[in-house]
Design a protein around this ligand. Sequence first.
Ligand SMILES: NC(=O)c1ccc[n+]([C@@H]2O[C@H](COP(=O)([O-])OP(=O)(O)OC[C@H]3O[C@@H](n4cnc5c(N)ncnc54)[C@H](O)[C@@H]3O)[C@@H](O)[C@H]2O)c1
Length: 382
Amino acid sequence: MRKLKVGVIGLGFIGAVHADAIQRSPFAEVSAVCDANREFAAKAAGELNIPKFYSDYRELVLDPEIEVIHNCTPNHLHYEICRFSLEHGKHILCEKPLGMTSEETAALLKISEAHPSLKTCVNFNYRMYPFIQEYKARLQTGELGEPRLVHGHFLQDWLLYDTDYSWRLERELCGETRAVGDIGSHWCDLAETLLGSKIKEVLADLVTVIPNRKKPLRQQKTFSAANGNEPYEDFPVSTEDYGCVMFRMENGVRGVFYISQVSAGHKCDLKIEVNTDRLSLAWSHEKSGRVWIGRRDKANEIEMRDPNTFRFAGEYTRLPSGHAEGFHDAVLNHLNSFYRSILYPDASSADYADFASGHHIMKVIDAIVQSSRTKSWAAVTE
Ligand SMILES: NC(=O)c1ccc[n+]([C@@H]2O[C@H](COP(=O)([O-])OP(=O)(O)OC[C@H]3O[C@@H](n4cnc5c(N)ncnc54)[C@H](O)[C@@H]3O)[C@@H](O)[C@H]2O)c1
């Protein structure tokens, strides 16, 4: 089978996850990498045993061997690298959020529509966990009843102290929202995927819990804890650490979720629960191999991930039951789905998130910001 030639730009936390997943995919291989930090790029090329590395993304995009670009850079570079890639004939997978503003994501969607032979993807990877795909399909059959409510959270603690710092705190690099754009965007995509419906109105309360932080004068790695003894400068924070959002979906389902990056003990604690007129279903990212099924008239159940009992999403799970699958595997599922749509455009079921999904979630984020500002319900405009 022919393998797509992929170039990965940005080799920080998530770039390394992408490189690992690409190397495990039967559909693609990493042919070149790029990071503004040339040392990172050289190290990654050595580890992946590939000869080509760049420190200027334009050189990687213009490399005639490269067919697919993975944009794993900080948010302020998403628009420019995606635009440049599409205009130079490359398929593009971008990290979330797709852009800094909905003006940027609308422009990217328009450029992608002008190049219909090129495929686009935004890495909302949580939708590709085996149980999410399995229960999305089971809910669609109607056998689990009519969904009424959806609720949950996404909690982290890596910004708990005022000495914790990352580029994500800087509006010019991250965008107008932080917690909402960074982790709320994942939660919204997950709820919409599971229920097969879109969020249409929101009522939000966003709060900057720590308004002043200590910015280290030396650059720090994302998610690494600072010891507080490094030289620093005072940094006023204008983006939210916490948010709570009520919402209504197009199918009539009502929901609520809250997000935080300052909740001690919570690492990547994403939880979602759906209540239908018959039962409840709860899934947690940190225990992703299980689904809790709540019932009123008989005992509750816990279903363990098992390829033998999956009826719809067998292709998303590879290991036998009891052998943990996780984050790397969900990313691989997402990449495989995207690559299949490039290699076999007529046969693909295309369940990955494309630029239209990325733009829609940016419009949900806009409505959340507007609602929090005006203290009233805001509609998601498309
Ligand atoms: N889908 C997910 O689950 C997930 C998880 C984490 C991060 N992300 C997203 O991935 C993106 C990157 O986040 P991260 O945590 O990996 O950040 P990071 O800071 O760990 O890594 C970013 C990398 O980009 C490089 N870079 C900066 N400017 C560059 C340029 N001009 N050209 C090439 N490389 C450049 C940096 O040197 C760094 O190595 C963000 O948009 C973030 O929202 C997604």
